[in-house]
Design a protein around this ligand. Sequence first.
Ligand code: SF4
Ligand code: SF4
Length: 443
Amino acid sequence: MQTHFTDSQRTLPNIQIADEVLRKCVHCGFCTATCPTYRLTGDERESPRGRISLIQHLLESEEVPSAATVANLDHCLSCLSCESTCPSGVSYRRLIDQGRELIEEKYQRPVIERWYRTLLAWLLPRRHWFRRALIAGRWAKPLLNQFGKHLAPVGALSKLIPEKIANETEMIQPGTYQAEGQEIKRVALITGCVQSTLAPEIDAAAVRVLTRHGCTVIVSEPSGAGCCGALPHHLGKSQQARKMAEANLLSWQDLLRDEVHPLDAVLMTASGCSSMLKDYPHLVESNFSNILSLLVNDISIILNVLFEIKKPALRSDHAPATAIVWQSPCSLQHGLKEKTAPISALQTCGFTVHEPRDAHLCCGSAGTYNLLQPDFAGQLAAEKIDRLAETQAEIVVSGNIGCITQLSKKSSADKHLPVIHLAEIIDWATGGPVPKAISDNLN
Ligand code: SF4
Ligand code: SF4
């Protein structure tokens, strides 16, 4: 595609990146077929190709974005399904990130929206405050439900408040968890923010299953606020995300440069966060961000390596004779480009693994998307639950807290399918406790 940047614009690093990406796009439109929002609306401006043109215009003209353009870009899930489809290798994420930053910088949102987005960017990454807010939210739920009738995002927020809020002591504590038997691998597990509060059982299961199969796990937290930066990043608050990334890299330096006990991988059990860590070199230029990015992996890849060396001992009452369906998070299949490792790890543990139709489509969670765009998010979740249920599987397995929360709410209301994390089901199959969502379902 032709671009029309001025010579002075072309001296700017962000424009150089955008220009290179834009020139790769041949406007073929293949990406429209796999874009969730284009499928819902049939509107070119709600497609990747349409959004690319909108962002190009904003960057070239330096105009203040119109409310309509802001809505079109806000509706994008950043699911990156378009990147997986594009035959020309267009890195759409580099453009939508710039589009979001530009809106944040130039566009004046209505005051309530501005306040709500600032609140989300401040609250969600701070796990202690987030937990307190959930406790208060449980109390105020009837009031929130009333507000939610008039203000859809408040209704969406209220629906995400769990029935039971985990105790802080249930969160896995920082430290070194030694491999059982001979150490085969050594990994760092970064705990993160929202998941630690909503579902601390996931990291606990990950530590059990990894150590059981010969992997030493060093549990570490992101520094300060406790977030990898993905949440503010998705809201276009790149400065805030960059500061978090810099602080995290500083606090993980010793871990990353330990030559006596080098790491084989860095894991986060929320694939949305892993995808963010993988992308750190685009946020912070440093040697450590490159090292971290190379080490970031999905837990399923490490489990497959461990299982090859030490065959998993499956429990004899292997309740997982049940069929399961793998719901691949967008951040894993499109962000990290990993499609087969989770299925292979599950099959090694004796599961019959189904995949839903249209597995490439987003469930509507997408960071804070379900809190900001509840209408689109609700439609996508309903479609995803139907696709998962039609496989006749009894358990949904996923790899990202956003998808798990989004689908659990919808599924428990409509289809009664428990939704659990891959680490939990593999832990269960190899000797760990019954996953919480399954035991809750049985009671
Ligand atoms: S598939 Fe790729 S090249 Fe074709 S329109 Fe979409 S982004 Fe552009
Ligand atoms: S990131 Fe997802 S929603 Fe956004 S344009 Fe690409 S496919 Fe569509």
